[in-house]
Ligand binder design. Sequence first.
Ligand code: FES
Length: 257
Amino acid sequence: MATTQETQKTETPAAAEAETATLDVFRYIPEEDDKPHTETYEIETFEGMTVLDALIKIRDEQDPSLTVRHSCRMARCGSDALYINGTQRLACNTQVSELKQPIDVEPLPRFDVIRDLVVEMSEFYNRMESVEPWFQPDHEPETGDEYLQSPENRKNIDTVLDCIWCAACTSSCSPAASDSDFPGPAALAKAYRFYKDEREGEETRRRRLEMLENSHGIYRCHTQFNCTEVCPKNISPTEAIMEMSRDAIKEKLRFWR
Ligand code: FES
């Protein structure tokens, strides 16, 4: 589903044919700048150029002080999530030719800026850690040393396994911005990954649900689907959160009967 911002900043034939592109880039070097500002760069484009390619070209050819975090350049490491034309996207997975110009490039909203396009990720990682994203079986393996998982159960978590911790979803989430105790969509999708894993056992499943079932947990989600819309890996944290919320309510009803 396209976001409102995407609808506003949709591709135009003119942009697709352009040999140059104009980028308005957020700049802030704390040692030098009193406050953030925007700098405009014009670059020559090439076929298949991504926004990350464009930023690297600017850094290499026009301004070596421009700072952007990146690594794999193939939508795997999650390090270059940015706010591009009003939407959270991976810079390496966003074609310059598909964007309205000038292309606005900003750091992820709701994160503290370290420098230029690089944001502080510690709080995001703390949120991830808060859901205990590691395997915690409540029993010994039934056969040998391995915990075997059925193909059907594996399918349950297929939907969330592709998360690359880019934080695009958490940046788009207003409850995450207003409640630092709320794990946010990425962490709750990770919680769902373990919650649905049959190998941990019933005791751990219940404990995980109890851990998330509070006003700063799964019930804090406003089901706005912002996270789902911006996820570059097509994960729907909202649906995962909704499923855990439904299960939590059913558990309550079961015990009240
Ligand atoms: S550089 Fe790794 S996801 Fe974009």
